[in-house]
Design a protein. Structure first.
Lengths: 661, 661
């Protein structure tokens, strides 16, 4: 119990200042903190019984919490941002996340002004509850493969929606199964003999008075999932369901009364508006989710002791946190939390900037936003999912108990790697854009934004980094340049291979593996450079800058070690220089070690949000673990177990032969 | 539905011959096949409702299946090996696994002849049911840290057992919570003022007539876990529990009536006998578990289509299995299954050999067995756990549905990385042995067995592999040598660093990260070399050898690509040679592609054992998925969900303010 107090006394910086920086400024931190406390202090939001609930109970519990959030939003007049953070801290996913994070933004992006005037007030006041129905049983990432159809019927000025095959059944949309009254449905638009590809349609599913299904609509729940079983991921059949023509979202293209199809001049990227919003949210949530797991693992590693410190018996065992094998796995994840949070802050700024521009019909930065959100979504969710699992392992066996909080966190987090763009497909897309940018830059078209380095360095030969001794690696620019050179070399290599193929697309397919690695490298570079931007800005608070600088070095050097082959291959590092990296990492681990508990305190997580017997603020892990065995555990209600007389006693007494099983 | 039939027609080898090879010979295959069918055809062993059961129901279901297995074992007079395989295929972990895989072997290894004569007939007939209680709430891997005490009381010729603190509570042992009548307890032996460290004691926990707890014994279940919730992992308090002196297992050391402590001359490694058995089992199960996930992912990747093959609309979409990004992630796991299975076969031979030798008091090969089982356990379980999760991702979103079978497989498999030796700690141990072997070999003591290469190559300078064109990599010896050189270079580098430290142990601690990587490299080499041994033996059946050779190349080259930095650093590969590896991998993917469905068929898994809507033999994935939504899903019993009137309607009608939540 004393150990975390001692750890906190060792730290060399002012924690509150870092909290403020982490949460994006004083005002934002104050709001976030208020919402976290609100979630933690309300008994309705208790969640420690969740792992023992049945599926039916889970859904009901999710409904109850969602309703209570809604009530608080209304009672306390919370802003959209406050409501969003409250939902994050309540930490029980439900239809409301999909309504607010997908349905509403899709209306904002794809509906015309008139349509918005009609639908948005209904959606924003939750007089209707919407879901976003794109994925089908047989069709995920490839929107073109969608089979659901919307056929224009001029006679009644309507569309007739149909899911003609089993594989066209809408499958997965959250909120669809048991709650949503309306769905935004992606369907192929058929007018006359023409197939215009997928477009979005608003379809009412349920009666607003009694929640019964409307004619031709069949929906239900798709079954138990790995995690997130508080959400009613649903299936949907449509059999000749008619909707008014005006229920097609027409910002991108319209169908007139006469059945004429007209594309608008709004760029196609707008269509991905809802997806970009969703991805932007996913990236900022990656940092939050990883920070939860890292907090638990760091605190418990301070509490947990193993093996004798001095090698002699009788001495107290060593804190697990002191082992380099623990530090090597844990500290880079801590650094990644900060790195991703700063990338997310930059991305939010970029996103708001592009929204402003779009209002002025300036679409010039859309490709950059599209590519960065796709790439960073893929990078941060992959690392976060694997990182949460790594944190579980770093808690030893006890991480396997649900009371540790990590198994549920992991299972709930995983879908982020798949939904809103499967990560490998996103990396391939980013890779395609990078190759185009590289080839364009050779034709004299300068690249800008996060790809500016391609034009800047394209005619450089890779020069060696010039590191002589290990400490030379502690140099912001040498590290940044290492990632630029590596990324550029990978792009160059891919371009060479792809250009040798019969055509560009065939090359992209054949060398997809290399292209994914190249895109990953580029995305790591973006994160590095945004971290560096942060370091070069104002950083208030005693000692805070030093901590961030150490984390920056650690983040960069850990990646260099992990991908050492790339850096050697690029020629930026020699084998001798590479051999110095490990030693420098040990120096960084030692710098972080006394500060590490304070560095996770700076995430400002409540015990409620962590939901972990191992990771609580007071460090009282063993007593909490112990008590956890009795929490909602029916097995401990009786000494002799249910099933003893049928299934155990006959074995022990040798009477199994005559017993009936 | 047709697609898997077509895939099978494309294959270029005789599947049955590979089945026989995979399962270790005709007789073994026939037995395995019989047990798999027995499990699949008995309705008691149905498992597709497992994900929807509550914890209490799960335990009872586990008890029922375990009893039914026992009944079949008796009714059909199954051998130990048959019974073991039946339990594997029933695929519902229970106390019986711990009884047979831990408790019985511990008695065999640690009890004296007389003790065995008393305890083994009771245990083998299940008149008693045992568990293995070592881990404590505060003490896992470090046996020395154990706090439970057994104090000798000469007056009554007994030991008094005590768990004096909360952290000394026994915690985790499977079977302990609700079933075991006896426990093998690791406790510190105290005689007079002397503390002799941990020894094993048999303690009866429950009355054999009525299953009530004996005086001073408190046991119960530790709560819900990530997976394996059919098992009653337990806690145990002991308060002045007296047991006869002869309940101490005395093969290693005895305490006489007079309180004299005498060590026997049996080597200490025997103490780890039960653990070596358990690890050997874990390694062979790694291959089986990974093979299940790979089968599901391969079959579903053949069924699932995404994006247009030719790029043009209207064409059927491409089989996901045709994408190199899918092949690159999936095929090396397929190769790993075969590689691990062959390592396990070798290890079983080695283990049986050592058991024979021990009977003749020849302990010379014990260190090799100990080190190989430790290292291969760590390697194979780490890769298998990560590989199962990778297979889940390779199934896209649907892998997240429990009906895919993979989430449960993963959650159930994970503890293998932690129990019977946490993997990082095992690698450190193997690393320590390797460094000792290396240093000894420089003092003229030749290394043998799996470390023979250290002496053989120690004075070689690394020579380049001599590869000129990519196809030169398709050479068994070049690949084997690559791994030997890499491993040796890593050992050399670690030895250099460690020797510079103040003392050997301090060096091991400081460079633990490098040592773990070095040990991993050595274990990969073992697997490579045992795969090669297999290739060099007899391989019956048309086309089978060619398949295994391709898989060997793939296994080796994938690892070279993954750890390219090591191979570049060792000088065995130049940057130019390294750049050829990727292209050769593409060649191998193309060779495997037409055979891949047949290569997973060769694992011989029943649909029952796979337990997957996605991976069934007939490939009817979408219909099974679809029907899966209704299986034990109470949410689909009503159209309007439970909770609608309290939690949804008030939101839609704007009456939340007046509702009571």
């Amino acid at each position: 119990m004393e150990v975390l107090i001692e750890e906190r006394q060792k730290s060399e910086f002012e924690v509150r200042s870092l909290k403020v920086l982490f949460w994006g400024g004083e005002e934002s931190f104050e709001m976030v903190s208020r919402m976290a406390t609100l979630a933690a202090s309300d008994p309705v939001f208790k969640s420690d019984d969740r792992v023992t609930l049945s599926r039916g109970e889970l859904i009901k519990s999710g409904l109850k919490k969602a309703a209570h959030v809604r009530k608080l939003v209304l009672d306390l007049s919370l802003s959209d941002r406050e409501a969003y953070m409250l939902r994050i801290f309540v930490d029980e996913r439900s239809y409301a996340d999909l309504h607010w994070n997908m349905f509403v933004p899709a209306l904002e992006g794809q509906a015309t002004k008139e349509q918005q005037d009609y639908w948005l007030p209904l959606a924003r006041s939750m007089k209707i509850i919407g879901c976003y129905a794109q994925t089908e049983l047989g069709h995920g990432s490839n929107v073109r493969g969608i089979e659901t159809t919307a056929t224009f019927n001029a006679a009644n000025d309507e569309f007739i929606l149909e899911t003609p095959t089993i594989t066209s059944t809408k499958w997965w949309p959250g909120g669809l199964g048991k709650v949503a009254t309306h769905a935004l449905i992606q369907a192929r638009l058929l007018v006359g003999k023409e197939d215009y590809g997928t477009h979005a349609f608003i379809v009412q599913l349920r009666d607003l008075e009694n929640h019964k299904l409307l004619a031709g609509v069949k929906v239900g729940d798709i079954g138990t999932k790995y995690g997130n079983n508080t959400v009613d991921n649903g299936y949907l059949h449509l059999e000749s369901v008619c909707i008014p023509r005006m229920n097609m979202l027409m910002r991108m293209a319209e169908v007139t009364k006469e059945g004429k199809y007209k594309k608008s001049d709004v760029p196609r990227q707008i269509l991905y508006g809802a997806m970009v919003t969703a991805r932007e949210i996913i990236i900022s949530e990656a940092a939050i989710n990883l920070s939860r797991a890292v907090t638990i693992a760091v605190r418990y590693s301070a509490v947990r002791r193993q093996f004798s410190g001095s090698g002699s018996e009788g001495m107290p065992e060593e804190q697990v946190l002191n082992y380099v094998t623990q530090q090597q796995r844990l500290f880079p994840l801590l650094a990644a939390v900060y790195a991703y949070q700063f990338s997310a802050q930059w991305l939010r700024w970029l996103y708001e900037d592009v929204q402003e521009r779009i209002k002025k019909n300036d679409f010039s930065t859309l490709p950059e936003v599209h590519s960065c959100t796709a790439g960073l979504k893929a990078l941060t969710t992959s690392v976060t999912a694997a990182g949460i699992e790594e944190c579980r392992k770093l808690c030893g066996g006890h991480g396997y108990l649900c009371s540790s909080g990590i198994p549920e966190l992991y299972a709930a987090y995983l879908p982020s790697c798949t939904y809103e763009g499967e990560n490998i497909i996103l990396f391939r897309e980013v890779g395609r854009i990078l190759l185009r940018t590289f080839l364009d830059s050779h034709k004299g078209k300068n690249s800008s934004g996060t790809t500016a380095y391609i034009s800047r360095l394209k005619s450089f030969n890779v020069q060696n980094c010039g590191v002589v001794q290990g400490s030379d690696f502690f140099n912001e620019m040498i590290l940044l340049r290492a990632f630029e050179m590596r990324s550029l070399e990978l792009i160059r290599g891919c371009a060479r291979k792809v250009l040798q193929s019969s055509d560009f697309q065939a090359g992209l397919d054949e060398y997809a593996v290399d292209i994914v690695e190249m895109a990953q490298a580029h995305c790591q570079l973006i994160v590095i450079s945004k971290f560096l931007d942060k370091l070069q800005g104002e950083i208030p608070g005693p000692g805070v800058r030093e901590q961030l600088q150490t984390l920056y070095y650690l983040y960069a050097l850990s990646l260099i070690k992990e991908h050492i082959g790339d850096f050697l291959s690029s020629g930026y590092l020699t084998r001798t220089q590479a051999s110095l990296v490990t030693k420098q990492l040990l120096v960084l681990y030692a710098k972080i070690r006394p500060n590490v508990v304070a560095l996770v305190d700076a995430f400002n997580h409540t015990d409620h949000f962590l939901g972990s017997t191992l990771g609580s603020y007071d460090g009282d892990a063993y007593n909490r673990l112990y008590k956890g065995a009795w929490r909602n555990n029916p097995l401990n209600d009786t000494v002799v177990t249910d099933g003893y007389s049928e299934y155990i006693r006959p074995i022990l007494t040798g009477q199994l032969g005559v017993s009936r099983l």
